[in-house]
Design a protein around this ligand. Structure first.
Ligand SMILES: Cc1ncc(COP(=O)(O)O)c(C=O)c1O
Ligand SMILES: [Zn+2]
Length: 417
């Protein structure tokens, strides 16, 4: 393992590899995992993984022991599709969709859960916990079941029923907290400390970002080593976004790429804490402020895109830094446009996204309207979760089927033949 410690995202204070906490002991900031990139560069010079297709093919760039048994489910290795017809609808000639709905629990969260669970096993943890809007919980439950570990999942009471049902089916203890995601997060933190559980909660646990970053490596490999101009990422806590940026920074640090993409942040305008923070820093005329002084203001989130409905982004600072360092855009879109993007994507590409996962396409449309994307740019949208996870909201945009009697005449009368 080439991990060589931790560094605080806010105050840059370093910790050794054997540090047992999750957040910076000096300022409480989130940590990032650091590596010996020179050693990794030697390991990966000949490529990754030797035929292995899951995300552990990138083991030299992951904070896990390399001796472990193969992971029981295939996490990562998801397809990326060129989407010419969807792109052409806006005059874009190089649009791609990274289909992370193809993960075991049908969301990108499996990347973070897989790496966090491998870490939990490396340190002999017996019970794993998570706070979740729904997907992280169903993901942890799924992968913990495959590994034979016990999972405790904290969700807001109104989490979509499909996500709760997944977690329950996988045998997790599911605690639906009277309150929102932020309440569930705080309770999971307190309970994990009290009972000694390994807390996989997004952002707070630095291993989650390490899982998410593998999405960047896969995009790079799918493009045969080309680098996109921009990657459009939905953001709630901001961990997926900061993970994807870290992935590109890793590739650059080991000499596999010499340029990196812009990382654009797609949020609902009803849950936009990260975009608002970036805009405030821009307004101050800063692009590289003293990060230890940056405060991300809370919002009162109320978006229908439940996976990105977050008052207080738990990896907000890392996300803000990633957007500013990459030169990405902040794009806020109304919920109606997010919901409308779902059937548009589905009808043109065959990919069925949940609301949060359609936010990047809605954001691309907004950027085109604002003249922020050129026709030839290579743009990748991250499709982070399956539409099957939130049928109730999606149904509002596609309506119901035509109900007919079982006869040919009924088809003729319905004018569909
Ligand atoms: C489908 C989906 N998309 C996007 C996100 C946003 O990820 P993050 O909270 O790391 O910003 C989530 C998080 O739950 C998700 O489930
Ligand atoms: Zn710190």
């Amino acid at each position: 393992m080439h991990m060589n410690g931790y560094r605080c995202i806010a105050c840059a204070e370093a910790q050794a590899t054997n540090f047992a906490g999750f957040v910076c002991p000096c300022c409480g900031g989130n940590l990032e995992i650091t590596y010996d990139y020179a050693a990794i560069a030697k390991d990966v010079a000949g490529g990754f993984g030797d035929g292995q297709t899951d995300l552990f093919r990138y083991a030299p760039l992951l904070p896990v022991k390399e001796t472990a048994a193969p992971f029981p489910l295939l996490v990562g290795g998801t397809p990326m599709y060129a989407s010419p017809r969807l792109g052409e609808s806006l005059g874009l000639r190089n649009l791609y969709l990274k289909d992370d709905t193809a993960n075991p629990s049908a969301s990108t969260k499996d990347r973070a859960s897989a790496v966090a669970l491998r870490r939990a096993m490396d340190i002999d943890a017996k019970v794993v916990s998570v706070a979740s809007t729904g997907n992280a919980g169903s993901s942890l439950a799924c992968l913990a079941a495959a590994l034979g570990l016990r999972a405790v999942v904290f969700v807001p009471e109104d989490a979509p029923v499909a996500k709760l049902t997944q977690a329950l089916s996988f045998g997790a203890t599911v605690l639906a907290v009277r309150g929102n995601y932020d309440d569930a997060f705080d309770l999971c933190l307190a309970a994990s400390e009290e009972f000694g559980w390994f807390n996989r909660s997004t952002g707070y646990n630095p291993f989650t970002r390490e899982g998410k970053k593998t999405c960047a490596y896969e995009i790079w490999e799918s493009l045969d080593g080309r680098v996109p101009d921009r990657i459009v990422v939905p953001a709630g806590d901001g961990n997926l976004l900061s993970g994807i940026w870290k992935g590109w920074c890793d590739l650059r640090a080991v000499g596999l790429v010499d340029r990196v993409p812009k990382i654009d942040c797609a949020q609902s305008d009803a849950s936009a804490a990260i975009c608002l923070a970036v805009r405030r820093i821009h307004d101050m005329g800063e692009s590289n402020p003293d990060w230890s002084t940056i405060v991300i203001d809370e919002v009162k989130a109320s978006t229908a895109a439940d996976s990105i409905s977050v008052d207080r982004p738990r990896d907000g600072l890392a996300a803000v830094k990633s957007i500013l360092q990459s030169g990405g855009e902040t794009v806020t879109v109304p919920d109606e446009e997010i919901l409308a993007a779902i059937p548009e994507m589905a009808r043109t590409t065959g990919i069925f996204a949940e609301p949060a996962a359609a936010a990047p396409w809605a954001a691309v449309k907004q950027m085109v309207r604002d003249d922020k994307i050129e026709a030839d740019e290579l743009v990748v949208c991250i499709v982070s979760g399956s539409g099957l996870k939130d049928i109730a909201n999606i149904r509002k945009t596609v309506g119901t089927p035509v109900i007919i009697d079982p006869s040919i005449d009924a088809i003729k009368n319905a004018s569909v033949a």
